[in-house]
Structures are given as C-alpha cells and as structure tokens.
Design a protein around this ligand. Structure first.
Ligand SMILES: Cc1cc2nc3c(=O)[nH]c(=O)nc-3n(C[C@H](O)[C@H](O)[C@H](O)COP(=O)(O)O)c2cc1C
Length: 374
C-alpha cells in the first residue's frame, strides 16, 4: 500500500463552540503521519480558553505548521500548495458566511477559498443551532460550490461512553471524507483494537489498522516486490478470515476479475509512476516533483481502497467456517505471483492476531460490540 507520508491537511479552527474538534483533528493527523497546517481565528483562541485546557502553545505543538490568521501571504493561501484538502473544525457561521461570499478577510477563509477553487475537499464542521433561513441558504450555496457540510452530530448507535469518544467519533467521520481511516487505527484502551464504524469493520479499516502495526509495512513491501503478490488481496483475505467469511462460493470469480483488472489498470501504473518520481528529473524542480509524487501516492492509496471496498462488497456474509489464516493466505498467494514467503505470511498473520485454525466463529454478523482484530 502507498504510504501517508507525502500528505498534508490544512486545518482551520474558528470561533464556534467545539474547539476540541480541531484539537483532536491535529492529534489524528499526527497519529496518521499527515502533516497538519493550522490556522486559528481570533475568536477560536477565546473558545479554546473557555472550553479546553489546551493553551495556544500546546495547540501549536500539536500541529506540523501554524500560521498567523492575518498572514494572507502564507503558503496555504496559494493553490500551488499541495494538500489533501482543508477542514474547518468547528466552523462558525461567520467563517462559513465569509467563505460563501468569496470576500475573504483572513488566512483562514482565504485558504478555504483556495481549496474550493482548486477543487479539493473542503469539509466544514458547522456548529450552530437553531439555523435561520439565511444560514441554511448560505450552506446550500457552499454545498453547491463543492464544500462538504459536516456538522459534528453524535452517533448514538456507536454508544459513546464519554464526551471524548463522542468527539473522536465525529472527528473520525470527518477524516473519512479525505480517505483517512483514523477511527480504524486509533487503539481503544491501548489494546490495538480498531474502532467499529457503523457496527462493522470494513476490509479497508482492517487493512489500514494492520498496515500501521510495527513491521507490517516492510513485510508487505517484500511480499509485493519480491514475491509479486497483490498486498490488498492478501489483506482482504486476512480480513475475511478474521470475519469468519468463506472465500469460495458467491463472488469468488468476480473478486478474481476485479483484482486482476483493477490492479493492472490502476494500482500498478500508479505505483510505477510514484516510484519513477523518486529520481530527479532536471530541470523539473525537486519541490514540484515531490508534490506530484505525493498526489500520485494519494491516488495509489485511493485505488487500493477502491479494490478493498470492491472485494469487501463481493464477500459473502460470515459463515462460521473453520479457517486457518496461514493456509488461506498460502493458497491465495499461490494463485497470483510467486509462492509468497512463509516468513512474510506468518508475520502478517501474527500482526493480524488471526494465527491458527479458529475453533469457532469469533463473532456473528449481529455482534457489533466484539473487537474486530488484534
Ligand atoms: C463561548 C463561545 C461560543 C460560541 N459558539 C458559537 C457557535 O457555536 N457557532 C457560531 O457560529 N458562533 C459561535 N460563537 C460566536 C463566534 O465566536 C463569533 O461569531 C466570532 O465572530 C466568529 O469568528 P470566526 O469565524 O472568525 O472565528 C461563540 C462565541 C463564544 C465566545
């Protein structure tokens, strides 16, 4: 899988209630290895003080780069600054109204305007209630301009045990909009168990959580480069074992087809371009090359996610079969590429916590509270 390293997110915090959302987004970025570029409005400095124990210097320490609100000449004020997009969390009425008008008076709203004009995702965690018709009309206008209106609304089905969990659940949902699976990698109680979203851990959630574990990236790269294996397929197989799903039966042929064609048409070409962009291309500037490489890496990751989502959708529901994860990977790996290294497969299985035949199903389709892996 492609790494996170070349990715950046512009993070704005405005003066609506809920400064903690912005704080947790910065924490999430750090955990995901995403560069965070922070802009805080003057009013947000007030709400931060009113609502949290986080000082301005603590806040700045959580971000990769912090900009002054009036610095309209900063890098993030230009469309040439490559980024995944921008999130404003929380987003006040004043800030979203200014973005909608295009009359931007601060770096916060200028960066948002640039994000829209560059057709990058702009996610606004709008916080105000109730809303009058003017607010609603302005939000419609923003949605028409391409912004994603994502108010931090609690999901009670996730049964949050605390305010912190409620905040993190909203933050996870907002980051999903950028393809960042923070909710999956964030350990609960330090046990390495992924958060469950919507009652189910998807193949993608599982893959991202596993990939983030120590040593797994190196094992995957070896399996890919030395043994010619399709890593998303192996991760999907581990997920399906972990979820007690059978490989054979419904969807088997369709999965084989989508894997082969999608890898050939999207994943492999993107990987090739990303790797070629490692070498200097004078007179192309190194900065421009690195920026393009980051965008290609993000596209490669999106292609891998699309494959895992497609495989996930084509997988039968849990069947409670007796499954041996190592044997399942060995059999699958033998179908594609060279026979995968036993050591590599063994390490993957250990990291996923699915070693050995499973004597009985770990959970049923309706058991939403059981841990998903690890
Ligand atoms: C404690 C506190 C809570 C606030 N909550 C909200 C809110 O939830 N939504 C909102 O739009 N404005 C809220 N405001 C008002 C904004 O801070 C105010 O409109 C400010 O001018 C916004 O500026 P900014 O968008 O540049 O941050 C709040 C202000 C304070 C002091």
């Amino acid at each position: 899988m492609a790494g996170n390293q070349a990715r950046r997110l512009v993070v704005g915090i405005s003066g609506a209630s809920g400064a903690i959302y912005g704080v947790r987004i910065l924490d999430a970025c750090r955990e995901l290895g995403i560069e965070s570029h922070l802009i805080v409005s003057r009013a947000a400095a007030l709400t931060l003080r009113e609502e949290t124990a986080v000082s301005p210097s603590d806040l700045a320490a959580r971000a990769s780069v912090t900009y002054k609100i009036g610095d309209v000449g900063a890098a993030v004020a230009s469309g040439s600054f490559p980024a995944l997009g921008m999130i404003i969390a929380p987003c006040s009425v004043r800030t979203f109204s200014e973005i909608a008008s295009g009359v931007t008076t601060s770096l916060l709203t200028r960066a948002a305007d640039v994000t829209l004009k560059e057709r990058r995702p702009l996610v606004l965690m709008v916080r105000e209630t109730p809303l009058h018709l003017g607010h609603l009309r302005t939000l419609v206008q923003l949605a028409e301009m391409g912004a994603v209106i994502a108010p931090p609304v609690p999901a009670f089905y996730a049964k949050p045990a605390s305010l912190e969990e409620m905040v993190d659940q909203s933050v996870g949902r907002a980051l999903d909009l950028f393809g960042l699976a923070w909710s999956a990698v964030r350990p609960v109680g330090g046990g390495g168990v992924p958060f469950r979203r919507g009652g189910r851990v998807t193949a993608w959630d599982f893959a991202v959580a596993l990939y983030a574990r120590p040593g797994v990236e190196a094992v995957c790269l070896r399996l890919q480069d030395v043994d010619g294996q399709c890593v998303p397929l192996l991760l999907w197989r581990l997920w399906s074992v972990r979820e007690d799903r059978k490989r054979r039966g419904r969807g088997c042929q369709a999965r084989g087809r989508v894997r082969a064609t999608w890898e050939r048409s999207a994943i492999a070409p993107l990987r090739q371009v990303r790797r070629r962009l490692k070498a200097p291309f004078p007179p192309v500037a190194a900065v421009a090359r690195a920026a393009l490489r980051g965008e290609v890496a993000a596209a490669e990751l999106a292609a891998e996610r699309a494959l895992l989502d497609a495989l996930d959708a084509l997988t039968p529901e849990p069947g409670g079969a007796l499954l041996d994860a190592l044997a399942a990977l060995r059999a699958l790996g033998a179908l594609w590429g060279r026979a995968p290294s036993e050591e590599g497969l063994g390490r993957l299985v250990m990291a996923a916590g699915v070693e050995g035949p499973l004597a009985e199903p770990r959970r049923s389709a309706t058991n939403h509270d059981a841990p998903a892996c690890g």
